[in-house]
Design a protein around this ligand. Structure first.
Ligand code: KIV
Length: 275
């Protein structure tokens, strides 16, 4: 009986081979982002098999407006924290903007740091055909790579936040991108904001798993940014997000209750004090 990726017991980390076997079995799996040890440990205990230390940390954790300013130092520090907080999940670290676009050697240097210094078991980078050279060298060097096509937020100033792969020509380009990263050795392909039928076609065409975010129902896996999924992110969220909790409201209420107890003198009570 094969060990499923989600559910069951597991006393070792998930590997990229486990993900390949899940695709063969037709098993769907969940992925979440994580940016700190404590939250990562919650997701690890919940059985999430893959955690992404995404450069979405820029918007969701570090207070930047986009992912563009995120640095290697920031990704490395938060990846190390997520690795320390987990024992089962495969931890994938994002290569931030500017850490791999110069070419294969720069990509290898950056990825090596995230694997060797921060403890990531894989890296993710954006781009299809244009990033195939980098993926090829990383994979030949022993570093598993997750690719990311469709909407690539590091290119926000060039492409905006718009659905990609619409229309026959764009859909064909998306398919070429997916095949190029698969041929270069990527173990999985994130597809962001792509029409569901196009994502379904790409998923059918690939032997490696696709991970959808705003890419419909037929991808092999689904990823969400954890602060969106848990209702911590303020304001309007993209249509593809489903909120599974309302943490922003709950935390705000906790903070207000604490403040009221302090100002009224109700906290600390005798049971919180030492004799
Ligand atoms: O940085 C990130 O969180 C991501 C996911 C949205 C796939 O790239």
């Amino acid at each position: 009986m094969p060990q499923t990726l989600y559910g069951g017991t597991r006393n070792r980390r998930v590997t990229v081979r486990d993900l390949a076997l899940a695709k063969e079995r037709g098993e769907r799996w969940p992925m979440l982002t994580a940016y700190d040890a404590m939250t990562a440990s919650v997701f690890d205990e919940a059985g999430i098999p893959v955690l992404l230390v995404g450069d979405s940390m820029g918007n969701c954790h570090l207070g930047y407006e986009t992912t563009v300013p995120v640095t290697m130092d920031e990704i490395a520090m938060l990846t190390a924290a997520v690795v320390r907080g987990t024992s089962r999940a495969l931890v994938v670290a994002d290569l931030p903007f500017g850490s791999y676009q110069e070419g294969e050697v720069q990509a290898l240097r950056s990825a090596t740091r995230l694997v060797k210094e921060a403890g990531a078991q894989a890296v993710k980078l954006e781009g299809g055909e244009r990033s195939a050279g980098q993926i090829d060298l990383l994979v030949r060097s022993g570093i598993p790579v997750m690719a990311h096509i469709g909407l690539t937020p590091q290119s926000v100033h060039a492409m905006g936040y718009r659905v990609q792969g619409r229309g026959e020509e764009a859909a064909q380009q998306l398919l070429r991108d997916a095949k190029a990263v698969q041929d270069a050795g990527a173990f999985a392909v994130v597809m962001e904001m792509v029409p569901a039928p196009v994502a379904a076609e790409v998923t059918q065409a690939l032997h490696v798993p696709t991970v959808g975010i705003g890419a419909g129902h037929d991808c092999d896996a689904q990823v969400l940014v954890w602060t969106d999924m848990a209702g911590l992110t303020p304001g309007r969220l993209p249509r593809f997000v489903k909120r599974y909790a309302e943490l922003r409201g709950a935390l705000g209420e906790a903070a207000r209750a604490f403040a009221e107890d302090v100002t009224s003198g109700a906290f600390p009570a005798p049971e919180h004090s030492f004799e």
